[in-house]
Design a protein around this ligand. Structure first.
Ligand SMILES: *[C@@H]1O[C@H](CO)[C@@H](O)[C@H](O)[C@H]1NC(C)=O
Ligand SMILES: *[C@@H]1O[C@H](CO)[C@@H](O)[C@H](O)[C@H]1NC(C)=O
Length: 299
């Protein structure tokens, strides 16, 4: 790999994304090509010929995790690279936006109710199936604080690390909450819209245990591939490919700079729970809308 490519992969990885290079990294596309040679040409339509799939994921609600699952499922099903797209806010980083109209696409920090409505209204297009990454908003903020305080994404514009650096837990929690709030609002807004074909991918269920990971991936596939759109064999292959991203089976799946010190997250969460009442009340309201009612916890 040339220096420029390495640099691009670094930027891409640092943006928390799983783009083409990384898919290849994980054996995705090359694996597909091998499979395509083995599988007999079938007349059955491919899922991406009859549906459009959007993975709408959000910073600190499992971008790396959900991208890994989503792309490895489609890789296992043999999606051609031309049918895969990526849109990451902001689009200024090298390689973070391409094929933005592809039938299999990741949208990171870029999906909201008005975009969904516009996409659904397009005439003569396949129906839109959207999966949205969801995590306890209070924990998202705690996780974002620790992640950016430790300088993991110097190029991130959403949470400018230079400004965050040097703020203690109390001011840092407020600063981070101000910046993560719009994402939480987009998650809630996208789910508020009682649109057809919108599915929740729960960070908590994906990380609780391997059984719960498998069930979440199976439910995700039931959602995406109704009416025997894929065979049982394809389904098993896809599930197997996705399990590479189960952190319980494969602890290195969460590495690559995407996990935090639990001690920091606990302290950040405590600081968030002491924040000014206005922001805290808003976070609690949004959290309740997403179905989180118990006390937040860091695992
Ligand atoms: C919604 O998302 C679209 C696509 O990413 C973006 O262009 C637009 O500015 C967003 N709208 C709002 C109200 O955030
Ligand atoms: C859901 O799908 C039905 C049937 O295609 C359509 O009539 C309806 O407008 C859709 N609802 C939304 C909110 O998109």
């Amino acid at each position: 790999m040339g220096r420029w490519n390495l640099f691009a992969v670094f930027l891409v990885a640092s943006a928390g994304q799983l783009l083409t290079e990384e898919v290849d990294f994980h054996g995705g596309f090359s694996m597909i090509q091998r499979q395509q040679r083995q599988v007999l040409v079938e007349s059955r339509p491919k899922p991406w010929d009859v549906h459009r799939y959007v993975l709408a994921n959000f910073h600190k609600a499992g971008v790396h995790l959900t991208a890994g699952i989503f792309f490895s499922i489609f890789a296992a099903l043999g999606v051609p690279p031309t049918s895969v797209g990526n849109v990451v806010y902001p689009c200024s980083l090298v390689n973070t936006c391409f094929n933005s109209d592809a039938p299999v696409r990741q949208m990171t920090d870029s999906y909201n109710a008005s975009y969904a409505q516009k996409e659904r209204k397009q005439k003569n297009r396949a129906p839109l199936y959207t999966a949205i990454s969801v995590r306890d908003p209070l924990v998202m903020v705690a996780s974002a604080y620790c992640y950016h305080r430790d300088g993991h994404e110097p190029l991130n514009k959403l949470v400018p690390e230079k400004e965050l650096h040097g703020l203690g837990f109390a001011d840092g929690a407020q600063f981070t909450a101000d910046r993560i709030l719009p994402l939480i609002q987009d998650i809630v807004g996208s789910l508020d819209d009682p649109a057809n074909h919108t599915h929740v991918l729960s960070f908590e269920r994906l990380t609780e245990s391997s059984e719960s990971f498998d069930k979440e991936v199976q439910d995700f596939m039931d959602f995406m591939f109704p009416d025997d759109l894929i065979t049982e064999d394809e389904r098993q292959q896809a599930l197997k490919a996705a399990t590479a991203f189960d952190a319980r089976r494969n602890p290195s799946a969460t590495e690559m700079g995407h996990s935090n010190s639990k001690d920091c997250e606990r302290k950040a969460l405590a600081a968030i729970l002491q924040m000014k009442p206005g922001m805290l009340r808003t976070l609690h309201e949004l959290r309740a809308k997403l179905g989180y009612n118990g006390s937040p916890s860091i695992h």
